[in-house]
Ligand binder design. Structure first.
Ligand SMILES: NC(=O)c1ccc[n+]([C@@H]2O[C@H](COP(=O)([O-])OP(=O)(O)OC[C@H]3O[C@@H](n4cnc5c(N)ncnc54)[C@H](OP(=O)(O)O)[C@@H]3O)[C@@H](O)[C@H]2O)c1
Length: 275
């Protein structure tokens, strides 16, 4: 079983660089998927209130004999739960569903700037952190102006910014801002939902290293220092997505993948998400 190297967050907490995402995994299949993932070596699971599968994630964890402190669980505060009191209540609901004493990482799912509640939401997150109910707090889908506002108006720099990020949306500006402020960048849809695995450039790099296009993309992320949370319900693909540690991409591979950036998204643009 591979050992997943950790990335150290700005408060000293370590997050395994690879986790399993469970977006769009139906509740009824999630327990099996998470159990399979734990079986093949995953120790980090990424869920959210809006995925409606937190209870099943918790059930798989409860059934496993892996010590709690060897696991890393992320969940997220949904847009309709933004606001100080609402976020505290939403956190307790998630914690209950997960059946955990504490959550490792709690994220604001989207800034929803039109509602203008993310600063108050973040203050609730600071309280959760101060209480020890979460080990780290972060954000998702935040653009530099949203991050800058948190830096200006609150006491805590987010530990993580989880954004859509893959070779076709390389997020150079967001990554540079994150890095400048000690915020770890985490990639969602890290393989672009598998939609472009037939890309000829990727196929060529994959053939050169005798690996799959998905593995090329995931290795590229690790080289950039991104935390990644590929989703799969298939145990073989889960294992393949962890089997990245003997792949060595060279400068030429990086130049080729770097040139795939076209700014195209598979999910919503954070500036259009208003509810
Ligand atoms: N913060 C946010 O707003 C946000 C938004 C979206 C997603 N996320 C998080 O990010 C996670 C990952 O993103 P995602 O689920 O959208 O997309 P993804 O991980 O880029 O791609 C998942 C898709 O690729 C397939 N796949 C997985 N491994 C593969 C492989 N080795 N070869 C070929 N196909 C493979 C999966 O199918 P199978 O399952 O059949 O293998 C699934 O259809 C989510 O699950 C969620 O936890 C966060």
């Amino acid at each position: 079983m591979p050992t997943i190297p950790p990335v150290t967050l700005n408060n000293g907490v370590e997050i395994p660089q690879i986790g399993l995402g469970v977006f769009l995994v139906p509740d009824a299949e999630t327990k099996q998927a998470v159990s399979s993932a734990l079986d093949v070596g995953y120790r980090h699971i990424d869920t959210a209130m809006i995925y409606e599968n937190e209870r099943a994630v918790g059930a798989a964890i409860a059934e496993s004999d892996i010590p709690r402190d060897a696991l890393f669980v992320t969940t997220k505060c949904w847009n309709s739960d933004q606001g100080y009191d609402e976020a505290l209540a939403a956190f307790e609901a998630s914690r209950d569903l997960l059946g955990l004493d504490y959550v490792d990482l709690y994220l604001i799912h989207w800034p929803v700037a039109a509602k203008d509640r993310y600063v108050d939401t973040w203050k609730a997150f600071e309280q959760l952190y101060a209480d020890g109910r979460v080990r780290a707090i972060g954000v998702s889908n935040f653009q530099p102006p949203h991050l800058q506002r948190l830096l200006d108006e609150t006491e805590t720099v987010p530990a993580i910014n989880q954004v859509e990020l893959h070779p076709w949306l390389q997020q150079r500006e967001v990554r540079a801002f994150d890095a400048q402020h000690g915020i770890v960048t985490e990639a969602w849809s890290p393989i672009s939902r598998g939609e472009k695995l037939a890309d000829p450039t990727l196929q060529q790099v994959a053939a050169k290293h005798s690996v799959t296009p998905a593995q090329v993309i995931l290795r590229w992320h690790l080289d950039l220092g991104n935390v990644i949370i590929p989703k799969s319900v298939d145990k073989d693909r889960m294992a393949a997505n962890l089997d990245l540690f003997t792949i060595r991409l060279d400068e030429d591979d990086h130049a080729k993948i770097g040139a795939l950036d076209e700014g195209s998204r598979v999910g919503p643009d954070p500036d259009d998400m208003d509810g």
